[in-house]
Design a protein around this ligand. Structure first.
Ligand SMILES: NC(=O)c1ccc[n+]([C@@H]2O[C@H](COP(=O)([O-])OP(=O)(O)OC[C@H]3O[C@@H](n4cnc5c(N)ncnc54)[C@H](OP(=O)(O)O)[C@@H]3O)[C@@H](O)[C@H]2O)c1
Length: 286
């Protein structure tokens, strides 16, 4: 059985990778803290990362670790670069030295959102937040230090962990009406669907940068309406502009207004397709 070294195993994507790929691969699960079947591996520690990868000699390293709290990073810039950029660099160096493939996950927030048509992998980036900038720096390090890499840009991720879907369901228990931004458009994506994309690419030598989101786009408010409809909750969604939301939540990091990702590279290089976001959220809530 081929071995995979997974970082950030306790996170949303890490758990999906474990669930979906655990029967096909031998998994070495790691995260910043040791846990149930999870070894401690801080990706910001280059020596520890190189030592762990050299010792395990995995077929591939799957980097599910990241600093994902978008708002807090605006004031915590160095931690953000340390985890999202230097951490990615460390894994790229270690994977290259060990002859392993590297799967690295990035984000739609590398784009400014100024376009009005979907972003392809060939569009210019222009992050508007610290998170977007540090994730872009991570992509660049991966390209620089690892030849056999797959970078998957995903968006609006939900799985087993903290996410928008769970926040909406929690709010619906105490509120009749919730206020949600309606002028940011993106692709809600389930971490299980993203894990399927990783599983598909890993068996190939189809290296490079891929957009990997569920099919179709919507606003956060439309996403909330669909969550409430599927969960059978009669909740009114008050639709806010980003400016209105920022007035109520001054800590919020700027976000792209439009970050619909076009999966052009998947179309150009194979026949892999990700399912529609409606189908994925229905499966998740079931
Ligand atoms: N969530 C989204 O909406 C979204 C959208 C676009 C792209 N992405 C990208 O998708 C990937 C997976 O996201 P996710 O939602 O699964 O993230 P997540 O649930 O926040 O999980 C990230 C994991 O990384 C761990 N971690 C943090 N710092 C670490 C370090 N120094 N060393 C090792 N592990 C560390 C975290 O541990 P702690 O919990 O203890 O900190 C957590 O277990 C990330 O690359 C993220 O940037 C996410």
């Amino acid at each position: 059985m081929k071995k995979l070294l997974v970082t950030g195993s306790g996170g949303q994507l890490g758990r999906s990778v474990n669930r979906l790929m655990g029967s096909k691969y031998e998994l070495v699960q790691t995260d910043v803290f040791e846990g149930d079947g999870i070894k401690a591996l801080d990706i910001t520690d280059v020596d520890a990362v190189c030592k762990a990868v050299a010792a395990e000699k995995p077929y591939a390293v799957i980097n599910c670790a990241a600093y994902t709290a978008v708002d807090s990073q605006e004031k915590d810039v160095e931690t953000s670069y340390r985890i999202n950029a230097v951490g990615a660099r460390n894994l790229a160096i270690a994977a290259e030295e060990a002859g392993a493939k590297l799967v690295h996950i990035s984000t739609d927030y590398v784009f400014s959102g100024d376009k009005t048509t979907p972003y392809t992998e060939f569009d210019a980036t222009g992050p508007v937040s610290v998170y977007g900038r540090t994730k872009l720096a991570g992509e660049n390090f991966v390209k620089e230090f690892s030849r056999r890499h797959f970078i998957l840009r995903t968006a609006w991720l939900y799985g087993d962990g903290k996410n928008f879907v769970k926040t909406m369901l929690r709010l619906s228990e105490t509120h009749q009406r919730v206020s949600v931004v309606d002028d940011q458009i993106g692709n809600p994506t389930s971490s299980d669907e993203l894990a399927k994309a990783i599983d598909y690419l890993l068996e190939t030598d189809n290296y490079g940068l891929f957009h990997a989101t569920c099919e179709g786009s919507c606003s956060w408010a439309e996403f909330a309406e669909e969550i409430f409809r599927l969960a059978g909750r009669d909740i009114e969604v008050e639709k806010l502009t980003s400016d209105e939301y920022a007035l109520r939540n001054p800590q919020a990091a700027p976000r792209p207004h439009f970050s619909h990702l076009d999966k052009l590279m998947f179309r150009l290089t194979g026949d892999f397709a990700m399912c529609d976001w409606h189908e994925a959220i229905e499966r998740y809530l079931a």
